[in-house]
Design a protein around this ligand. Structure first.
Ligand code: PEP
Ligand code: MN
Length: 340
């Protein structure tokens, strides 16, 4: 951080700022120009509210120099991070397609979908058992019973499983069953929960907060990494904009931006980002073309009967086409699809 003093700031005001900074545990570097004095602050400035210095006498402005996230940044770790989920690698040369129902609704529904996903070429299975919903009165998931069905589906198909934990208490339970713990959009800034998944050491799929900037998202990832858990996958799932034609707006830009800023794997969720099954394939293609390391797609054997997100769930036949298109496009961008 750099504190720029006003042109007319006097030595006493400069000394007061320096001593305030040093009392907070930072070192300072003074640059006394002809026009004005500039104070460089050395150390991790993230715990400090930068605005407080602007209130001090003689200060003109405070500039942030470093990015507020460090551990996910390419500067810290230039090589791509590869997260392994039971044999399937995300973030390497192969593109990984994760698919399954929004919610685990019954044993039969899940097993049927899992086999369809496997047959169509999916590399991992998704299915929520603790469901964050837009309305609290909607179906909230089967809980531990659903986790048992996920494990059965994994045993039958070999597909690793991705499922969400919504509370700190659910982290150890979900971690016992799942290969990847999903943190949903509504919890991206639930710092105690991020701390708990970080400490769990399990791979984490961190969805973007629907109203969060890329910088805020990377700060959330940083917090998980800071708990000594390097296994973090980022998932763009659409953001809220003024547009009402789709449920969310797919921020396709986020993919190349993240690929530049971070070493973490980046996947796209074209289901939540569009909210409409008719658009899922197109946006999935866009994700692969833009450089995503994978896709997470909602597939339902009977979308019209789905207990959650039926409108955006595609049928297994459509999913098979999506996989085929992703295969063609992945080759066009010099990659290929991961198979389980
Ligand atoms: C989901 O994956 O079904 C889900 C609830 O996702 P999000 O948190 O992105 O809305
Ligand atoms: Mn869903």
């Amino acid at each position: 951080m750099i504190i720029v003093m006003k042109h007319q700031a006097n030595a006493k005001q400069v000394a007061a700022v320096v001593s305030r900074v040093e009392n907070l545990g930072y070192r300072t570097h003074l640059s006394e120009g002809e026009e004005r004095t500039i104070i460089g602050v050395i150390g991790d400035e993230r715990p400090v509210d930068l605005n407080q210095f602007e209130l001090m006498d003689g200060v003109e402005k405070v500039l942030q120099v470093l990015r507020p996230f460090k551990l996910p940044s390419r500067e810290m770790h230039p090589q791509d991070t590869v997260v392994a989920l039971n044999g399937v690698k995300i973030g390497g040369p192969e593109i990984v397609i994760i698919a399954g129902p929004c919610s685990v609704e019954s044993r039969q529904q899940l097993l049927e979908t899992a086999h369809a996903v496997k047959e169509a070429g999916g590399a991992a299975l998704r299915g929520g058992v603790f469901k964050p919903r837009t309305s609290p009165y909607s179906f909230q998931g089967l809980g531990e019973e659903g986790l048992e069905y996920l494990v059965e589906a994994k045993e039958e198909t070999g597909l690793p499983i991705v499922t969400e934990a919504m509370t700190i208490e659910q982290v150890s339970l979900v971690g016992r069953y799942a290969d990847v713990i999903q943190i949903g959009t509504r919890n991206m800034q639930n710092f105690p929960l991020l701390s708990a998944v970080g400490e769990s050491g399990h791979p984490v799929l961190l969805k973007r907060g629907m109203m969060s900037t890329i910088e805020e998202w990377l700060m959330a990832a940083d917090y998980i990494l800071s708990k000594n858990n390097p296994h973090v996958i980022l998932c763009e799932r659409g953001i809220r904009t003024f547009e009402r034609a789709t449920r969310a707006t797919t921020d396709i830009n986020a993919i190349p931006v993240l690929k530049e800023l971070t070493h973490l794997p980046v996947i796209l969720d074209p289901s939540h980002s569009t909210g409409k099954s008719a658009y899922v394939r197109s946006v999935a293609r866009a994700g692969v073309a833009a450089g995503a390391d994978g896709l997470i797609v909602e597939v339902h054997v009977r979308p019209e009967e789905a207990l959650s997100d039926g409108a955006q769930s595609i049928k297994p036949e459509t999913f098979a086409e999506l996989v085929h298109e992703a295969q063609v496009l992945s080759e066009a961008v010099g990659r290929k699809l991961a198979k389980h």
